[in-house]
Design a protein around this ligand. Structure first.
Ligand code: 5RP
Length: 300
């Protein structure tokens, strides 16, 4: 029997203080259920509403691409600087320490390799496994304008339905094939379709003209994909432009893990994303950290 001796009888219900109904730090998420918002808070920092997500899922269609040959050696040391990690379940189970405290966005579609038609994807993860792995979101490729457009949209809506059943958000990833233009008109179309059909987060590329229209037209948070490797200052500038034009952060891969100094680069990206540090200043910081790292390596 519970110990009921000495239970205090005096109570204070603070009747003069209205119950709080705080907003939420992400657009389009204020009416989601608690579990989903809790998961989103593991990806997007509540203090800034933005994320530095590290994308390392490339192997699901590219194999061991440069920088990802040994995830345990090159990526695990970067986890300390990532708000969230985007990876496949194979990499999560085999190579990522289960003590990683931040968000995991699990790549949940797949099928074709670079040797085949990439848009011919299917879902590649069951919700049971996503829950077993305690992921914060599931990611699915959406090929608007691609050969298997409808199939990829169906993959996304299936995932959205499964996710809603258990409070797991879905991130729609707008894929661009070689033949599709990455302009605001296309990206606006693709991101809006993902949001309209239920994705709670959308990942898309940056475009120099009209990106603020893409983010404004999408009722849920957009994270910017990095794309091909650029010189560090250019990549930092692109990240800065994206967040000042409405992106809720970045989901960058090659521009971090293929950098000459990945740990310095992800920290510089973090300064841009969370503190809106000007790109030139973030680049100085990157160079300083890179030099320090080289000196430390020379001394070792
Ligand atoms: C594939 C993906 C990748 O995770 C992502 O786009 C790769 O990141 P990056 O382009 O920054 O190397 O979603 O479509």
């Amino acid at each position: 029997m519970a110990d009921i001796e000495g239970v205090k009888e005096t109570k204070n219900y603070y009747p003069e203080v209205p119950a709080s109904h705080e907003g939420f730090h992400l657009k389009g998420a204020h009416q989601l259920d608690w579990g989903m918002r809790n998961r989103l808070s593991k990806i997007f920092r509540p203090s800034t509403g933005r994320t530095v997500m590290l994308a390392v899922d490339h192997g699901y269609f590219l194999g061991p691409t440069t920088g990802l040959e040994r995830i345990d050696l090159t990526i695990v040391p970067l986890l300390a600087y990532a708000d969230a990690l985007m990876c496949t379940r194979g990499i999560l189970r085999s190579s990522i320490p289960s003590t990683f405290p931040n968000g995991v966005v699990m790549r949940s579609s797949g099928g074709p390799s670079t040797l085949k038609e990439l848009s011919n994807e299917l879902l590649a993860v069951d919700i049971d496994d996503a829950l077993r792995m305690n992921v914060s979101a599931m990611a699915v490729q959406v090929y608007i304008g691609g050969e298997f457009e409808t199939q990829s949209v169906r993959n996304m809506t299936t995932l959205v339905d499964m996710g809603l059943r258990y409070g797991v958000p879905t991130m729609g990833v707008t894929a661009v094939g070689k033949e599709l233009t990455r302009d605001a008109r296309y990206l606006g179309l693709a991101t809006r379709i993902c949001a309209e059909l239920g994705a709670q987060v959308v990942k898309t590329y940056y475009c120099a003209e009209g990106f603020e229209r893409v983010t404004a037209g999408c009722p849920v948070p957009i994270v910017m994909a990095g794309g091909k490797k650029l010189p560090e200052l250019e990549a930092l500038t692109m990240a800065h432009n994206a967040v000042t034009q409405g992106a809720a952060g970045v989901d960058m891969g090659r521009n971090i893990f293929q950098s000459e100094a990945p740990a310095a680069m992800i920290q510089a990206v973090g300064k841009v994303v969370h503190e809106l540090m000007p790109p030139a200043q973030a680049f100085d910081l990157y160079q300083t950290m890179k030099r320090e790292q080289e000196l430390a390596a020379a001394r070792a």
